[in-house]
Design a binder for this molecule. Structure first.
Ligand SMILES: Cc1ncc(C[n+]2csc(CCOP(=O)(O)OP(=O)(O)O)c2C)c(N)n1
Ligand SMILES: [Mg+2]
Length: 900
């Protein structure tokens, strides 16, 4: 209380006066209630501001539960039974990891993450998560990746997995028997919906997924109003920029269908998340600042009487001043230590716990381990209107593991537990396993008719089914045929008059046609992060509208034009702003709607190609794991085709990175008709056949004459498989070796120019091949090789590449707007001399001509490479090469582009 001079220690105001203020506050609270008191305080604050008193900004509330215990809702379940079920799940999760590592050292797995979050999941499983049923599309739950053992353990108790599954945790070969380390839909397509283990991706994807549910609703495609997106995150995970990077989208869009639960166990892998600070307070401020509803669940019910008795706020003050590193220390310390250090710091606070034994002191729980507190928080979250909710639940990492890891810095990687620790765990959670058996660490499941099993099944039935569960729709779409006029537009197909056009222009034409298609039209989700005008696609604004949950509350400045910026509640186009990570998250939500929402959606994400793979590559990998469908379209592709933008914009490596994503089909077409064939084939495979793959298309902004669809045998097959012979010239004499010029994208024209030069200047006949996909050629060649290697006595399978190049004598020369490794990836199957040209090195601002000369991918350099190749096979005199350089005006002193 007051010091000797009668001054309040904290405010410096006379203590009698202070007490008067406090009494008034109590009086208003008693007579008018908390809401009126809040209004009064705001009023006072405003008056103070007017009088020049500027209060320091704080987005924080005291370090206690947001929901006062007097507002706690009644827990509707059977607490004792739920605790039993949770203990059984805990045991099996721990046993699965420990047994796995006992049998196979180094198999890995995590015990401590789930140990800290078991209550958070179990309360949701028994009371909140909605399963997918005929009447409900279900809730979407992003499980914290490292908590996967807990999800498997529950599925085992639920009867969805059996012992052999648990025994094969992290042993996935042969397929179908083991359990994947983390949530991977690719590996467990009937179980996991969302890959979350690359930390930070789950959070951002969950926000965009919640927004996508609204999009589906507002467009009238699906009733998603009953569905909720839940995301469970780690407190350490929140340091990933992606985790918190899209918070304001969620509040701006009023996503009250979104609930985040952050497991604040105060630890990450190496040590404390904020040893010298308070992660819960830091997150509270960030979320409140971003407009979220924040519910802190810090203290368990055992603390309520103490907080009740804390009339002068000294306990709350003490709670607020202790840093996280010290709270972690209390977890591993004795009751006596906690008494002396935590409570003992203030004699008045120490007095408050006189009646508690040291043992009790150790047992008083943190909020995230108290099911009633957690239930209250979830209940408030799902009933909150107008904003998303985050629950910040304080827990103990490795809860229940004692010496083996509870609260220890080593907790995250703990996988082994000695016999004594096992016994303690068993006893603490009352698992009926005898001392004789405990060495074997048996899995435990109660009898089918036991109260636990009856209760558990009844709860999940009441909530509509099991979670997680992934149930792809068997819906197949009728996609437009190649003969459809969507693909027959001018410049794409036969009858084209050879007008100038770019492949980006072709893509726009296809999209404009597709949105009108009777079956696919409404399923299309065009996604563009603020570059529609760059790609000449701004007419889509007017044609399909830009999605906006608010409609359009203003008169757009360009309202009188044909292509005005039209926002609409049922708009189809997702204009994500300068936000590639968000756009990718939307792509994933739409591309996986067939699995999560029971409806096929067709996303076309058109972006600045440089800001794709290297910027959001991990989200593209996540899309693959999600078994996402759709088209990624890298606009302004090419190190030299996007010429003026320079080093940071010119992309020559997306095709290389695309090769590394197993479910991605990457194409680099030169002509509009090639793009049309590829898009049609993609639609057919993904939406008519139901293949769970996606596409990457490089499209370019250079306009050049587009040929009509040529009459070449097997051309469609060649386009899809990756390569076909486009044109041939005769040689002046019967030469044995003919240069085989491979070209892709706009640089196919360098091959055509080279073909002309070789013919005109050197009398050399050659063949030009359009290579639409090096990665498809390689995939096919590797697949054949795999089979041939394993079947040495059987007839060899022949890949497309081997088939079309059979008896073709090189030399082979490849030129493209990509780094050389793109074309180099088929070297193994090229029957002869192979010279690859490409754009290795930094781009720069220049004219296209100069850039293509700099990287030596233009027609002259391609022709020279062909002469070099011919000389290597003895078909051209090497001594004539210097003269050829001169004739082709290639500078012998040109810099090496990688160093430039
Ligand atoms: C992007 C990324 N970086 C690193 C890791 C490796 N990793 C896995 S779990 C973990 C610590 C997690 O801490 P936290 O988020 O607090 O979760 P907890 O286990 O404490 O609940 C780390 C560093 C990862 N999975 N993803
Ligand atoms: Mg943590």
């Amino acid at each position: 209380m007051a010091d000797g001079a009668g001054q309040d220690q904290t405010s410096g105001i006379d203590s009698d006066e202070m007490n008067e203020w406090l009494d008034s506050l109590e009086d208003v609270l008693q007579r008018y209630g908390p809401e009126r008191l809040g209004e009064l305080l705001i009023h006072l604050q405003e008056r103070a501001y007017q009088r020049g008193v500027h209060l320091p900004f704080t987005a924080n509330t005291p370090y206690i539960n947001t929901i006062h215990h007097s507002d706690q809702v009644r827990f509707p379940g059977d607490l004792a039974l739920e605790r039993r079920i949770k203990s059984i799940v805990r045991w099996n999760a721990m046993a699965m990891v420990v047994r796995g590592n006992k049998n196979f050292d180094g198999i890995g797995g995590h015990i401590s993450t789930f140990a800290s979050s078991a209550t958070l999941y179990e309360v949701a499983q028994n009371h909140f998560f909605r399963g997918r049923s005929k009447h409900h599309i279900g809730d979407m739950v992003y499980f914290q990746g490292h908590a996967s053992p807990g999800m498997y353990a529950r599925a085992y108790v639920e009867g969805r997995l059996d012992e052999s599954h648990l025994e094969n945790f992290r042993r996935e070969l042969p397929s179908g028997v083991g359990l994947s380390s983390y949530p991977h839909p690719w590996l467990m397509p009937n179980f996991w919906q969302f890959p979350t283990v690359s930390m930070g991706l789950g959070p951002i994807c969950s926000i965009y997924h919640a927004r996508f549910l609204r999009y589906m609703e507002h467009r009238g495609l699906l009733d998603t109003s009953k569905s909720r997106v839940w995301a469970f995150l780690g407190d350490g995970e929140c340091d990933e920029p992606e985790s918190l990077g899209a918070l304001t989208l969620a509040s701006r869009e009023k996503l009250d269908n979104l609930t985040w639960v952050i497991n604040c166990n105060l630890q990450r892998l190496d040590g404390p998340v904020r040893g010298n600070g308070k992660i819960i307070q830091e997150l509270e401020a960030a979320f409140r600042g971003a407009g979220w509803n924040v519910i802190k669940v810090i203290w368990g019910g055992d603390w309520d009487p103490l907080l009740n008795a804390d009339e002068d706020g000294k306990l709350v003050k003490r709670m607020g001043e202790v840093v996280d590193g010290q709270y972690q220390k209390y977890t591993v310390e004795s009751g006596e230590y906690i008494r002396n250090h935590f409570f003992g710091a203030d004699p008045d606070v120490l007095k408050m716990v006189e009646h508690l034994s040291d043992e009790m002191m150790q047992k008083i729980r943190r909020g995230g381990h108290d099911p009633e507190k957690v239930y209250t928080a979830y209940h408030a979250a799902v009933n909150h209107k107008g904003a998303p909710t985050v629950i910040l639940a304080k827990t103990v990492k490795g809860y229940g593991l004692g010496e083996a890891g509870e609260g220890r810095n080593i907790a995250h990687n703990t996988k082994k537990i000695n016999e004594e620790e096992l016994r303690n765990f068993r006893t603490k959670f009352a698992i009926p396993i005898s001392d004789d058996d405990i060495d074997n660490i048996p899995f435990y499941k109660p009898a089918e008719d036991s109260p636990e099993m009856v209760y558990l099944r009844q709860r999940r039935e009441a909530l509509g089914g099991f979670v997680p569960e992934r149930t792809p729709t068997d819906e197949r779409l009728e996609v437009p045929a190649l003969e459809d006029r969507i693909f027959q537009a001018k410049g794409l197909m036969p009858g084209s008059d050879g007008d100038d056009g770019s492949t980006t222009g072709t893509l726009g034409q296809i999209l404009r046609g597709l949105v009108r298609h009777k079956e696919c039209g409404e399923r299309l989700v065009p996604i563009i992060p603020d570059e529609a005008r760059t790609f000449g696609m701004e007419d889509l604004f007017k044609q399909v509208g830009i999605y906006s949950s608010k409609g359009q509350l203003y008169e757009p400045v360009d309202r009188s034009t044909m292509q005005y910026y039209k926002e609409a509640k049922d708009g189809q186009l997702l204009e994500e702003g300068i936000n590639e990570a968000g756009a990718m998250s939307s792509f994933i939500a739409a591309g996986a709607a067939y699995a999560n929402l029971g409806t096929n959606m067709i996303p076309f994400y058109v972006y600045y190609s440089m800001f794709g793979f290297q910027r959001v590559g991990d989200l593209i990998w996540c899309a693959a794991d999600t078994r996402c469908k759709g088209f990624l379209c890298g606009g302004t592709s090419g190190r030299t085709t996007l010429n003026g933008e320079g080093l940071q914009h010119e992309d020559g490596h997306s095709q290389l990175m695309a090769t590394t994503v197993p479910t991605l089909r990457a194409y680099d077409p030169a002509w509009g008709y090639e793009l049309a064939v590829i898009v049609q084939e993609g639609l057919r495979r993904m939406y008519a056949e139901g293949e769970e793959i996606f596409y990457y298309l490089s499209v370019y902004n250079e306009a050049y004459p587009q040929p009509a669809f040529p009459e070449i045998d097997g051309i469609e097959d060649g386009i899809i498989k990756g390569m076909y012979r486009y044109s041939s010239t005769d040689s002046s004499d019967g030469q044995e070796h003919r240069p085989q010029l491979l070209g892709s994208g706009p640089i196919l024209r360098s091959a055509l120019t080279a073909q002309q030069i070789l013919k005109d200047n050197y009398g050399i006949g050659s063949d030009v091949w359009s290579v639409t996909s090096y990665s498809e050629l390689r995939r096919d060649a590797m697949a054949c090789q795999h089979w041939n290697d394993l079947h040495p006595t059987e007839a060899r399978q022949t890949s497309h590449l081997e088939f079309i190049l059979e008896n073709v004598k090189g030399p082979f020369i490849s030129t493209s707007d990509n780094v050389r490794l793109v074309a180099d990836q088929i070297r193994e199957w090229i029957p002869g001399e192979y010279i690859v040209l490409g754009t290795d090195g930094f781009g720069r601002s220049e004219t296209r001509e100069e850039l293509r000369r700099h990287f030596r991918i233009d027609g002259e350099c391609t022709a020279f490479a062909a002469l070099q190749g011919m000389s290597r096979v003895g078909a051209f005199d090497a001594a004539a090469l210097p003269e050829a350089l001169k004739q082709l005006r290639i500078d012998s002193d040109a810099v090496f582009p990688i160093d430039a």
